[in-house]
Design a protein around this ligand. Sequence first.
Ligand code: S3P
Length: 178
Amino acid sequence: MRHIVLIGFMGSGKTETGKRLAQEMRIPFLDVDKKITSEMRMSVADIFSRFGEVFFRALETKAIKELGQEKQRMVISVGGGLPMQQQNHKYLKEIGIIVYLKGSVDTLKRRLQGDRTRPLLQGADLEGKIRKMLAAREPVYEKLADITVVTADQSFRELIGQIRKQVEEYEKSKMIDN
Ligand code: S3P
């Protein structure tokens, strides 16, 4: 098993959790959105408005493909929409163990309220948007995940402890299988 890949809806805490998890494990952290925005020298919102969502999705696929070449083990967080492209599944599966950070509508809404950086959530009725998108996305996240961890009110310390324990158990079970 190589990288640890965090997937989940916007606001599920993938980036912050990923950073802290990587720190504890003493391995690098990489955020796919950050990789894209650094390479493009533009924000996600600007990429969407200037080039459109389809273009952004192509950049996501290119980025996740490239990470397959990375030899050193890392924690990687991917944008909430990346797993929604079927073509990305094989790259995700290939690069490592997939951890789904699962948040309830209430938790996600609380964290996303007032956010201006995510183009898909702008405008009225945040809760309605979250519900609708989550209904379509949750089954995909669940199907892809090797491990699911519910993120709610626990501290980062607890959350990271839960992830590490489950990753270890998963890896042990894979060693026995092989
Ligand atoms: C998106 C999620 C965002 C970012 C873009 C689109 C999505 O990343 O990639 O705004 O479609 O869910 P986060 O999940 O890190 O917020």
